[in-house]
Design a protein around this ligand. Structure first.
Ligand SMILES: CC(C)(COP(=O)(O)OP(=O)(O)OC[C@H]1O[C@@H](n2cnc3c(N)ncnc32)[C@H](O)[C@@H]1OP(=O)(O)O)[C@@H](O)C(=O)NCCC(=O)NCCSC(=O)CCCC(=O)O
Ligand SMILES: Cc1cc2nc3c(=O)[nH]c(=O)nc-3n(C[C@H](O)[C@H](O)[C@H](O)COP(=O)(O)OP(=O)(O)OC[C@H]3O[C@@H](n4cnc5c(N)ncnc54)[C@H](O)[C@@H]3O)c2cc1C
Length: 633
């Protein structure tokens, strides 16, 4: 691994363990897990060596660690949760003294985040695992009172992690204080055996994510020291006094962190899919555009450009919006550190809808990239199927998409009510006040005009939702029932909001930086931003016709401009995906390598199939031959 300046003699396992003899897709479930542990352990050691470098924070993987993993494992790294949630949960939710204690072994422990249960993932107040304070021994006793209270899903829990952060209902002196987080050792460090009082295992094969080693965990009178409750926000003192958090939702902070991070992750997954499918479309020649000319690169079909360029543009949109959201997150965390919770609801609303839209879009766009590669996209060796199953899991984990959209809708409805009462609103929803006060412009066929129009759609749909809820309440429903009755429209409001945010942030951030870029680069970036916005204006033409003053003539011009943009981007398409700068070792695709040797790589890969190791498979003699011979005349 040339890119990592870690001396080989510092590693306990040989670096040769990173190589595969047989491609992962040909291994059984168990072999696949063992195979990624072999490779993952070397990586874990490398990360630990790198974290000694002061540039990286101790206990955390270097920022490009996940990317290196992507090249070494086509499937998910079972150590992922250690970096993605276990360490962040401790650093966000534990006191400085607890952090020093829990993380003192650095990479000597492997952790995961155990929150979801068999019976509850979404509704956290419904979790059933209990942590009851025993005043006499100064310990918490953890129990799983029912089958549905078993932890179910945490990544790395089945066989990899020896520690976890567990969410459980806190009971002190007979009173329940709701879900809290606890630091729990689950396996012996030396033998790796589950500790007594625990029932631990893996949940079985899944649609993808199969090496993530998702597990189950049950507690039977399992004791941990009182100090193992993460006590940065709320505390339980030795005498059993419960000190409340300034805001009980701070316990959910680790999820907000990951939701924010996921935007950049989806940008990267899409960049990989776009690189594979655009490069392949430049190599692949099929059919004619003009009958008397040679077969064309399939990338020259305008409909192929329509299918693929939106992925390039969307990857940039997520990257830029992800940075913007990250800055918002950092600012809100800084404010919280100083005691102000004012912007927490706004951050929660933004992270919920942007997490959902980015994961959903990444899912269907990666699938579109796969379909755009025709039959060859269906091969595992294209890597597009793995990218799809990995990305699509994110639509559900870290907050189910509908549920998170409803959280954002809740914020929109509250903001609408505040607008009606004349209160001032944060910049991200101030357009609701402008709409309420009828301060909006006529349709303008420019990127800024489209962004304004998309915001009008959000305001119009939000108003419609508020009226719908009111209508149901006036017919006798309770507010919560009326909310449920209006949920189809509420989802629409939230979806429209995230689309408007993505378009606005993408356009204005590109506009802001373009003066600092070379003219050529600024032109291309603006084309991508305009393509993204125009694509969504055309997709949402129905809503624009209902809520803005757009005309059919405006829509015809937008369609024309969209096709112009496809033509403008076409000559740069391969350059644009090359500029994502993803090494072949990370792409892991026979279709998308930089040198364009698609067919040679496909054949080389096919020859690695274990079925090709012998000319006649033994099943022929055992099963097929007797049947064939019976029917032979
Ligand atoms: C759905 C909710 C948000 C509902 O929570 P609730 O307590 O029932 O709240 P409610 O009554 O609906 O609302 C009460 C209020 O709490 C607010 N709130 C809720 N969550 C947050 C937050 N994070 N920050 C700030 N505020 C938050 C809500 O907006 C409500 O505010 P409001 O009353 O309207 O002012 C919550 O339970 C939740 O977040 N569920 C999703 C669970 C989830 O994301 N699990 C992830 C497990 S880990 C994982 O999947 C890792 C995979 C990683 C991998 O493999 O890579
Ligand atoms: C690959 C993968 C990895 C995971 N990793 C982890 C992990 O490391 N740690 C961990 O703790 N968990 C993990 N999870 C669990 C994950 O976070 C939950 O599955 C997720 O939060 C969804 O919860 P659920 O399964 O309870 O879905 P449910 O809430 O049961 O969803 C089922 C349906 O009910 C609907 N629904 C539920 N509530 C409402 C509502 N209020 N209003 C309207 N509709 C509603 C949903 O929209 C959905 O259509 C993982 C899951 C997956 C798939």
């Amino acid at each position: 691994m040339k890119c990592y300046p870690v001396p080989r003699e510092n590693l306990v396992l040989s670096i040769d363990n990173l190589k595969d003899d047989i491609p992962e897709e040909y291994l059984s479930h168990k072999e696949c897990y063992e195979n990624v542990i072999r490779k993952g352990s070397v990586l874990y050691d490398i990360f630990s060596e790198l974290s000694k470098d002061r540039k990286h924070k101790a206990h955390q993987a270097p920022s490009n660690a996940y990317r290196i993993s992507d090249g070494i494992m086509q499937n998910v790294n079972p150590f992922l949760l250690h970096f993605a949630l276990f360490v962040p949960a401790i650093t966000n939710q534990a006191t400085p003294e607890q952090q020093a204690e829990f993380l003192k072994h650095g990479f000597g422990i492997i952790g995961t985040y155990a929150q979801t249960e068999l019976g509850h993932g979404t509704f956290l107040r419904g979790l059933e695992t209990t942590a009851t304070l025993d005043l006499e021994t100064d310990e918490f006793v953890l129990n799983s009172p029912t089958l549905t209270s078993y932890k179910w899903w945490p990544g790395g829990l089945g066989h990899t992690a020896n520690h976890c952060v567990v969410m459980a209902q806190l009971y002190v002196k007979g009173k329940c204080h709701g879900p809290h987080l606890f630091f729990v050792q689950i396996r012996d460090i030396e033998t790796h055996e589950p500790l007594p009082g625990l029932k631990l295992g893996e949940i079985g094969a899944k649609m993808g994510f199969n090496t993530a080693d998702n597990g189950f965990l049950g507690f039977h009178n399992f004791r941990i020291p009182r100090n193992n409750m993460l006590m940065k926000n709320s505390q339980v003192l030795k005498d059993g006094t419960y000190v409340e958090s300034k805001n009980e939702k701070l316990t959910y902070g680790s999820m907000v962190f990951v939701r924010v991070y996921l935007l950049s992750d989806m940008a990267y997954m899409l960049a990989r899919a776009a690189t594979i499918s655009v490069r392949y479309s430049a190599v692949r020649h099929q059919s004619h555009i003009k009958p008397d000319e040679p077969e064309v690169q399939i990338l020259d079909f305008v409909i192929q450009q329509h299918k693929l360029f939106i992925s390039i543009a969307t990857s940039h949109a997520f990257k830029i919006c992800g940075l913007w959201l990250w800055q918002t997150y950092s600012k809100v965390m800084e404010d919280i550190g100083k005691g102000s919770m004012d912007r927490l609801p706004e951050l929660h609303a933004l992270s919920c809808c942007l997490k959902t839209t980015s994961t959903r879009d990444a899912g269907w766009l990666i699938e579109q990239c796969r379909l755009a590669c025709g039959g060859h996209g269906y091969l595992m060796s294209s890597n597009l199927p793995s990218l799809y199953t990995t990305a699509t899991a994110a639509i559900t984990y870290e907050g189910e998409s509908t549920v998170l959209l409803l959280q954002t809708a809740r914020y929109l409805i509250k903001s609408w009510k505040r607008a009606m009462e004349g209160e001032s609103l944060p910049a991200t929803v101030s357009f609701l006040s402008e709409y309420f006060n009828k301060r909006y412009n006529k349709w303008e066929n420019t990127p800024k005009g489209i962004v304004d129009g998309l915001k009008l759609v959000v305001a119009g749909v939000t108003k419609m939702c508020a009226e719908s809820i009111q209508k149901h309440v006036s017919r006798g429903q309770q507010y919560e029932e009326a909310w449920n009755s209006s949920s189809v429209q509420l989802i629409k409001a939230s979806e429209a909001y995230s689309r408007a945010l993505l378009c606005e942030v993408f356009w204005f951030e590109v506009d802001k930086v373009s003066s600092t870029l070379s003219n050529n680069l600024a032109v291309v970036l603006k084309q991508l931003a305009e393509l993204y916005i125009t694509y969504w204006a055309l997709e949402k033409r129905g809503d624009l016709l209902v809520y803005t003053t757009i005309s059919k003539d405006d829509l015809d011009k937008l369609q024309e401009r969209y096709e112009e943009l496809l033509a403008l981007i076409r000559p740069n398409a391969v350059g644009l995906v090359d500029s994502f700068d993803i090494r072949d070792e990370i792409l892991c695709s026979t279709l998308g390598a930089y040198d364009g040797r698609v067919y040679e790589r496909m054949m080389e890969h096919a020859l690695k199939s274990p079925l090709n190791a012998e000319t006649v498979n033994q099943s022929f003699h055992k099963y097929m031959k007797p049947v064939i011979l019976k029917h032979k005349i």
